[in-house]
Ligand binder design. Sequence first.
Ligand code: BV8
Ligand code: ZN
Length: 261
Amino acid sequence: MTSMDTEGFQEARDLLASADVVSVLSGAGVSAESGVPTFRGEEGLWKSYQPEELATPQAFRRDPRLVWEWYDWRRGKIRACKPNPGHEALARFALGSRTVRIVTQNVDGLHEEAARKASGGNDPSPGLPLELHGSIFRVKCTSCTYKVPHRDPISADSLETLPKCPVCGSLLRPDVVWFGESLDAEILSEAFRVAQGSQVCLVVGTSALVHPAASVPLATRDSGGRIIEVNPTETPLSPLARVSLRGASGEVLPPLLEGLD
Ligand code: BV8
Ligand code: ZN
């Protein structure tokens, strides 16, 4: 029985149809069907590495070459990936008549790519996500305020070939939020404000283990709204969800959001 056959599916559709304002919290699971490895799954990124080895400021200080080698490998994998039907359904929904805001933990840029495609040359901004954890395709200086989009391959062969700041000469790093680093305060408070003001928070493809991102849906619930979860497995948010649809986002989201844009 697929999750579309359950009465929970119809209840989720009814909740979304009657909501004027909807927030979405997405995680690596939304990009899994595009071929982007998740963090903690069977084929997850962390399987080959430990988070504390690589996605931390300490690791970068200790061995910037290794950290850049990992990010360059991930960037190459992501560059080869395209938005999947789950991204596309969310983009259409966000560009539709409701007030919808996508808040993502992902750094892969696939929500933005889907929004630009779905907008068909019109204003894509309603479909552009709040990126809680930054972007793997942006670099910033480790010393000054220099920060730019950057998609090309990075040579991590040696310290000399690592990218340097054209302004002050210091090492450039990926503009992502590492463990132990604070999220951008403005982006985070905007995410909580969006969730607090929504009648439904649609939580898709996240293990809900990383904070403060995983607490964003609680703001919807605390202000009387409902959480709807789409995830193949149980997560710490499942017990708090009004409906939990067990399935892949690329399969569940298109029928779930059909006609609601
Ligand atoms: C902070 C960017 C204040 C980098 C990421 C000790 C010391 C310091 C901090 C902590 C500590 N203990 C706890 C903390 C807090 C820590 C934290 O939460 N740790 C967790 C692991 C316990 N948080 C932080 O450090 C945050 N900052 O707290 O600042 C502070 C400051 C100083 C000291 C203390 C506190 C910063 C967190 C941000 C880390 N950066 N990414 C990069 O990408 O390289 S997090 C990383 O995990 C990604 O962004 C990812 O999005 C995120 C969450 O993972 P998920 O997206 O949920 O992915 P995951 O693989 O886990 O799950 C996938 C899900 O999808 C699964 O449920 C699976 O079933 C499902 N799925 C699979 N296929 C599909 C699917 N779903 C749908 N469809 C499918 N097809
Ligand atoms: Zn600089």
